[in-house]
Design a protein around this ligand. Sequence first.
Ligand code: ADP
Ligand code: MG
Length: 759
Amino acid sequence: MLKKTNAKKKILIYNMLDLIIYKEIEMTKIVRANAKLASYKIPTRVFNVPKDTNGNPLRVSEYFGENVFNYKNSDILTEQDKKSIGDVISKKADFSKEMAEKYANAVLNWATSKGVTHFTHWFQPLTGSTAEKHDAFLTIEKGKPIEKLSASQLIQGEPDASSFPNGGSRSTFEARGYTSWDLSSPIFIRTQENGKTLCIPTAFVSYTGDALDIKTPLLRSVTQLSKAASRFLNLTSGKKRDEEKVTNVDVSCGCEQEYFLIDKSLYFERPDLVMGGRTLFGASTSRNQQLEDHYFGTVPDRVLAYMQEVEVELYRLGIPAKTRHNEVAPGQFEIAPIFSSANIAVDQNQTMMSILQSVAIKHGFVCLLHEKPFAGINGSGKHLNWSMSSKLGNMLEPTDTPHTNYQFLATVAMICEAINRHGANLRTAIASHSNDHRLGANEAPPSIISVFLGDTLTAILDAYADGKKYDPSDDTFIDLKADQLARLVKDNTDRNRTSPFAFTGNKFEFRAVGSSQNVGIPMTVLNGAVASVINEMNDKIEKEIESGKSTDEVLLNLTIELYKNSRKVVFNGDGYSKEWEAEAEKRGLPNLRTSADALKVIADAPKNNFLTELGIYSANELTTRFNVRVERYVKHRLIEFNTLVNMINKDVIPATIEYKNLVATSIVNQKSAGIDAKSDIAVLTGINNALNTLMEDKAKLIKEMDAIGHDEGIEAAEKIAKELLPLSEKIADSVNYLEDNVAEDMWPIPTYYDLLFVR
Ligand code: ADP
Ligand code: MG
């Protein structure tokens, strides 16, 4: 173990030689003991605004989307070709073989002109991340090298995908999985520091047609919701002429992505971060987020350089990054794009996460997307903003008179009913070992899915449901009592931050989604839940209107009926409070505390009927997902436990013994000098006791892990969630005591102070 003094000397030498000590290899060597000393020297990578050939700065609008293929800009497609492609994309026609060849050729021409040599079918297997296998455009034809991308290469691929999780739905000997081009999401060029790849968004299915990915069920759910919502609008929008019929409802999504940045050199000093993305222990600092001074504070320079480089990359890829700011916890930040269509938003969020991580490395940071990298301070979520809109407008727009906007009220009531019926499925959709730390753990809000509607909307719906008259009081403006300031129109929602599913003005915001998750899964379940309720209501509405009732009357009755039934899921109070947990239990709302509890819902067939009936998941696909997700839960936790044991053995115990020795020597010396060593003995005893407890608990953990062996089923998951995770947290408490009490220059692992405050 290298001591701080040594590290200091080496840093001095490096400084004298004027070496950039920013290379993590050297860093790791020098700062074994205390990396924060070295990071004071870390230079900010300068952000260069993109420039034209004359050196003038480019506007974002001038390079926005330049790495996305747009057939309309192709030089080698004729106007007639472009029209035919447009018809295919708007689903008015099928791709002919000939057109597909032309399209592939146009893509090839565009990509190679930008120096791209390889292409990949880019897909989202059940791991939750993205997968790619690169193939060169290079082909040898008649002995000559040429670049080629055929229609069949564009449309279908057959990666050797036997190593992707398949939950038992394929045997390895027949492990064929096919990728199939998703026309609705643009083809793009992913630029890395040392190479460019043409990425073709694809679905990933087995040869029996089972979806092996996240995209396929999402696309099915969007189709189902669009169908249901279109029919609802056509039934309830009054007597519109046939040609004005709504044929498509767009499901829109905007993801607010939270993340942490830590110094790269420190990252490699923490095997827990490298192996599992979170610190498995770490004593709290005296000041963390209690002053709330980081939130919306000035972005540190080094971080701003990073953020801007991320944004340039995103803009080139046509991803409209809009908002950036410091988040609540120290070292935590957020980025949010302008919303787009569900499928594109999911693809873009996956790309955004990947870019956040790759650009961070260039700036000497590591971007942590884990939901809870640090205990005791806020974790990271990903608010999934969601709405439905058609050519008639946004279905969740309350307008100026929400109380008489019956179509809007019925839409909200149907969504409440969807959450009321299928809240457990939504909880399941966001269950993961990492998100468990944000949902239902000791310091997290309970994992109860409720709906926040805000004061105005709740008052309107309550009034109707209770047979009272709603009085739109004159409170639409906020009086700031300062004449110089413009009067603000009051938001219809007071933005309750503690609700997992909140109405925020003209959209719902599913806030319990985890920062590292693929939002495709929760959105699929949400779309399916809402589509199934709308379908059921459409049949009723149709009958009632046929029986001669007015549309308004039908909609209002429906709203009242649904809202009365689902009112128990509406909660506008503090969702983080203990009172709510008790209240929710009284109301009969499920509280699935751990992934082990939540994942069981996938195996409960009747609870998933709404999804299978709509064809969003087949029964077989659900089984696959249950197996894969339980297995991944177990694997992730075992990796964490093994890492914890390893760090204790290799770092914590040696450091503690070294310090104990120092104190013991001091006690002996003092005693031989005839001095009372009371304080030293107290220090030594405290440390010794903590170490003893730690050793016992660690032995217990190892024994339990041995007992689990290779079991990766639900019983193992339950044992881990209910017994081993709490045991590992108890172990962390002992380690934290040692960290707080062993001399700083002997503690070999970067602390929360180093990780969160050194910039
Ligand atoms: P806040 O943090 O106050 O919730 P932000 O502006 O950070 O709001 O993020 C809101 C997100 O919601 C953005 O991604 C935005 O594009 C998205 N959004 C806005 N309107 C809609 C809508 N109708 N449907 C889906 N997403 C939307
Ligand atoms: Mg926000």
